[in-house]
Design a protein around this ligand. Structure first.
Ligand code: 8YV
Length: 332
């Protein structure tokens, strides 16, 4: 008797050709993006599900994991995995995969875009032209990037990619990371600082740390008070690592110069948010990785991770590889 294909839940924007690659090895149950799987998936399909392919908008928390008792693999269409309760997944023998590496350049590009936008006041500059103010005189002067200090809070793949770009703009680059990146230091890419020193010294403080219980709200009043009044905060990582209410207060009171934010505590951001009323803030809609090329590379990796795990091949990018090591090719 032919063996039936394993069931996978797909809640992600998979293009047709990659969907065919999944369908060659799996039976797909489609769920709208962002729906809770423990509510949106019928009971029989929840029992049958062995794999999940989802975006960061799908919570894979304890309740979801309990509701999918046969689950073996979650392939996240993202490098971040704060939507997934990884310790709980590991405890249940569920392998978690993500998409590191392929989005570093796109996120680093956006980070530098925000730095340039703030230093050169480009949003105001655009309005200056459109509103005809140019007819009455020259636009206000702005600031050079050269010679300014970029402080990278977090020196992983993306942090390093930002450092490379900042060097090309003749910025001084300093970083803080839990573990020292001696290779980057030796290459002259960035100099190490203690966390407090980094925050006090940076003209642009750019966040590149993952969201975890330890980092949630870890950049707040204390940090904003320690920053230069002329400094900017850039966040292309996760909104919730910043205490957003404290950030709004610091911006409103002029205790820091401004912020460039691609991510917020709650997304999509409510246009009534005080952030939207602040002229010294540049906002983006969580688009760090949102280029055609990068999203394609992310989806190829996410699909490959899923199909590999479902067919007994070691996936390229595992968050909790111990789960795979424990069960190997017989995982599913
Ligand atoms: C989003 C991201 O996940 O990779 C990450 O961690 O935050 C982004 O790339 C993207 O919206 C894809 O869902």
């Amino acid at each position: 008797m032919p063996q039936s294909l394993p069931t996978v839940i797909v809640s992600a924007p998979v293009p047709p050709d990659l969907r065919s690659a999944v369908e060659a090895a799996c039976r797909i149950v489609e769920v709208p993006i962002g729906e809770r799987l423990d509510r949106a998936v019928p009971a029989a399909e929840r029992q049958a599900a062995r794999g999940v392919l989802c975006t960061v908008r799908t919570p894979v928390d304890a309740a979801t994991l309990e509701a999918l008792p046969g689950l073996k693999v979650v392939s996240n269409f993202a490098v971040g995995f704060d939507n997934i309760d990884v310790p709980h997944a590991t405890g249940r023998g569920v392998l978690v995969c993500n998409t590191p590496g392929v989005l570093d350049r796109a996120v680093a590009d956006l980070t530098m875009g925000l730095v340039i936008c703030l230093a050169r006041d480009m949003v105001a500059g655009d309005a200056f032209v459109r509103q005809g103010k140019w007819q009455r005189g020259a636009a206000p002067l702005t600031s050079d990037l050269a010679g300014k200090t970029l402080g990278l809070l977090g020196m992983g793949r993306i942090g390093r990619m930002v450092a490379r770009r900042a060097q090309a703009f003749d910025m001084r680059v300093i970083y803080h990371n839990r573990n020292r990146d001696t290779q980057s230091e030796a290459q002259g890419l960035a100099a190490y600082r203690q966390r407090d020193a980094l925050i006090a010294e940076a003209d642009f403080l750019s966040v590149h740390i993952p969201l975890s219980p330890e980092t949630r709200g870890s950049i707040g009043t204390r940090e904003f008070d320690a920053m230069k009044r002329t400094a900017y905060l850039i966040n292309t990582a996760r909104g919730a690592v910043v205490d957003e209410a404290a950030l709004v207060r610091a911006l409103q009171e002029g205790r820091i110069a401004g912020a460039g934010l691609d991510v917020m505590e709650r997304e999509p951001l409510d246009p009534g948010s005080p952030l939207c009323a602040l002229p010294n803030v540049v906002l983006q809609a969580h688009v760090g990785s949102a280029t055609v090329e990068t999203r394609r590379a992310m989806m190829e990796l996410a699909v490959r991770n899923l199909v590999d795990a479902m067919t007994g091949r070691t996936p390229q990018a595992m968050v909790n590889p111990a789960v795979w090591d424990a069960s190997g090719a017989g995982h599913v």
